[in-house]
Ligand binder design. Structure first.
Ligand code: AMP
Ligand code: GLY
Length: 426
């Protein structure tokens, strides 16, 4: 089977790397891809936004499966266009992608399906949102309704900060995403990411991870797309994972099916592990980036076959996903200035990295030189018997990389490393 992969980030490099290993994958194409993905796939120069061009490419190259990496094409309906053309696609239709595209939609679904999540209220007007703060206590959680590249959530310690955030959202500071605002009750606890694959009817767990969203060591500074991750998230025990499947994932899949918008693809649940049990923070309609890099490093099955089963509604007959018992950890190397204003054009020398896999994100090859062209540039990924070992191997590999215009956090995996040290595991 020929496969077309859509996207150009570290997530897509990891997917390309795994898909290319699949016995079911003949030729792998990627649009637009990046220099790392080019080592695994033939890059295709088509505009992802031009659905007719994507369909024409598929027809001309006997594509049996399209894998959509990022959320934007899903939210804009690429899944629908491909399905209408009879092309199997891994990724939800536009209506189902609202689970990521609209925080308000997801909160309403949780309320209707009894899924544990933070209490909330939705507002379409600034005055009512400001008044709505009366019903909440500090810290205030204020969210732009639509897609905001992971930056649409403000946790405000004071009422004045909360009012300023609401002002900013309705003032266009978050683009169209801020035309509607959700206020939420603050949930205290540790965060973890949980993944499940579903074809709209059947559902299987697909691993866990923990991300590091803040730019600075010790979880300080502004939020980013993610500065590193490890898998599995041991804090999400088997018992908790079973609860997440029964109380959160399965009711979601059932709700979407019952409301005529069956969800097909990967459901990425951002969870808060509260004293009252796991609660949903948000859904994403795609793999996490960089969570995907650690999941793919541990996944031991045939990814193309599994994704095709999801795309064609035959998940019930697919092999149960198997993961290595090893821990995997990925460190994001970002361009100086990320997330506010990443410097572009910095030279990147990969040197001879051993014992780790380097997934490319914002890189380009210009006149034979690898350079940084995005905020997050590389994902240095290693495995180990536990997170402490995986962390040591990944940082040893980082030391071999010559990227003077870049930086990384020095403490990826710190929560689990501390737990391992406390329990005498390493
Ligand atoms: P989101 O984009 O919805 O994942 O939110 C980004 C981050 O904001 C999450 O990873 C949490 O750290 C935090 N967050 C979002 N909602 C809440 C909440 N209701 N309570 C506490 N923290 C939250
Ligand atoms: N790393 C978080 C995300 O992909 O949304």
């Amino acid at each position: 089977m020929n496969i077309l992969l859509i996207g150009s980030g570290g997530r897509e490099h990891a997917l390309a790397w795994k898909l290319a290993q699949s016995p079911n994958c003949d030729t792998l194409f990627a649009a637009p891809g990046n220099p790392g993905i080019a080592q695994e796939a033939e890059l295709v120069d088509i505009s992802i936004a031009d659905h007719a061009a994507v369909i024409a490419f598929c027809a001309g190259h006997d594509i049996g499966l399209v894998v959509v990496g990022p959320e934007a094409p899903l939210v804009s309906g690429l899944g629908d266009s491909l399905r209408d053309a009879g092309i199997p696609v891994f990724g939800p239709n536009q209506k189902a992608a609202q689970l990521e595209g609209s925080k308000g939609f997801t909160k309403d679904m949780c309320a209707a399906a009894g899924i544990p999540t933070a209490g909330y209220a939705r507002y379409d007007r600034k005055a009512s949102a400001l008044k709505g703060l009366d019903a909440f206590d500090a810290p205030y959680v204020i969210k732009a309704d639509g897609l905001a590249a992971g930056k649409g959530v403000i946790i405000a310690e004071t009422r004045a900060e909360a009012e300023a955030a609401i002002d900013d959202m309705f003032g266009g500071g978050f683009g169209d995403a801020g035309a509607s605002v959700v206020l939420e009750e603050f949930m205290a606890g540790e965060e973890a990411s949980f993944f499940a694959l579903t074809d709209g009817r059947d559902v299987v767990a697909f691993g866990s991870a923990q991300d590091h969203k803040r730019v600075g060591d010790g979880d300080t500074g502004p939020n980013t797309g993610g500065m590193g991750a490890y898998s599995p998230a041991f804090v999400l025990t088997d018992t908790l994972q079973a609860q997440v499947m029964e109380r959160i994932i399965r009711p979601t899949v059932a709700y979407m099916a019952a409301n005529d918008m069956p969800y097909s693809g990967v459901l990425f649940a951002g969870l808060m592990l509260t004293d009252e049990g796991p609660k949903l923070i948000e859904y994403n309609a795609r793999f996490g980036d960089p969570e995907c890099q650690v999941l793919m490093t541990r996944f031991e099955g045939d990814l193309a076959a599994l994704m095709l089963a999801v795309a064609t509604g035959t998940l019930a007959h697919a092999e149960c996903p198997l993961f290595s018992h090893q821990a995997a950890l990925t460190i994001v190397m970002a361009a100086n200035g990320y997330p506010a204003a990443p410097e572009k054009g910095g030279a990147v020398g990969l040197g001879t990295v051993s014992g780790a896999t380097v997934f490319h994100a914002g890189t380009a090859e210009i006149n034979g030189q690898l350079v940084a062209i995005g905020g997050r540039v590389l994902n240095v990924t290693a495995t180990g018997a536990n997170v402490t070992e995986a962390q040591a191997a990944a940082y040893a590999a980082v030391d071999c990389i010559d990227f003077p215009g870049g930086f990384c956090r020095k403490d990826i995996g710190w929560r689990e490393v501390a737990r391992e040290a406390a329990s005498g595991t390493p």
